[in-house]
Design a protein around this ligand. Structure first.
Ligand SMILES: *Cc1c(COP(=O)(O)O)cnc(C)c1O
Length: 227
């Protein structure tokens, strides 16, 4: 059966509603970011017309192009790996950046933002499963790294952590990872109470992520369709 974005949004919303009920959390505390990487602008406009106004992009040039072409009140989240030569584009076009994991990039981003007189919401990406193929800093370094960025780079508004756990693993492995994330988030909040955000959960694990305390879901294909 053909399903459009509206039908998929209803389906996701009801799953979010149910997971929030189970977790005894308010739905207001869970933000939905529609991951629009590699999707045409038309798809973004369709989702926007349904009331979605947070979108996630992985590639700086694509972000720049789309932010210029789409409605101005869209809030753009940069969620991909950050290359040094793309920092200016990201600073200019994103409102949030989820994928900070290197001092060098944070420094450069802060410099560009200062010149533009702009601040950005920032999250530190953590490589929770310590996969070689993935970006992110090791979990045991996360709290110190956030602290350091907060004191050195005032144009980055540090608000929490971002995770991209392994998918296609056993339920047991998934649970172990979610528990590690919960523990790290608790530790972070005791050391830095203002870091209230947790960017966690994609099409394949957003319900578990809500149970683990996610405040920002990054959902691509199950909402906007195949890319
Ligand atoms: C692509 C991507 C997503 C969305 O994944 P889906 O499986 O399409 O929901 C979320 N987070 C990051 C960092 C991504 O690169």
């Amino acid at each position: 059966m053909y399903q459009g974005i509206a039908e998929r949004l209803l389906d996701i919303s009801s799953k979010v509603h149910e997971a929030c009920r189970q977790a005894q959390r308010s739905e207001k505390d869970v933000k939905l970011v529609a991951v629009s990487k590699l999707q045409p602008i038309d798809v973004i406009n369709q989702a926007y017309a349904l009331g979605i106004n947070n979108f996630g992009e992985n590639y700086a040039q694509e972000l720049a192009k789309k932010s210029l072409a789409c409605p101005k009140d869209i809030i753009w989240h940069f969620i991909g790996p950050i290359q040094s030569n793309k920092v200016s584009l990201i600073a200019k076009h994103a409102n949030w950046v989820h994928s900070i994991d290197r001092e060098k990039i944070a420094k450069k981003l802060n410099e560009v933002l200062e010149n533009e007189g702009k601040k950005i919401h920032a999250l530190v990406q953590v490589n929770i499963d310590k996969e070689d193929s993935k970006s992110g800093i090791p979990p045991e370094e996360a709290v110190d790294f956030v602290n350091e960025l907060m004191s050195d780079y005032p144009s980055l508004m540090l608000e929490g952590l971002m995770f991209m756990p392994k998918i296609n693993v056993s339920n047991k492995a998934k649970m172990d990872t979610m528990n590690k994330i919960i523990d790290l988030q608790k530790l972070l909040l005791t050391k830095i109470p203002s870091c209230t955000h947790l960017s966690l959960g994609t099409s394949s694990d957003f319900e578990e992520s809500i149970l683990a305390g996610s405040t920002i879901l990054r959902i691509g294909e199950s909402l906007l369709g195949k890319r």
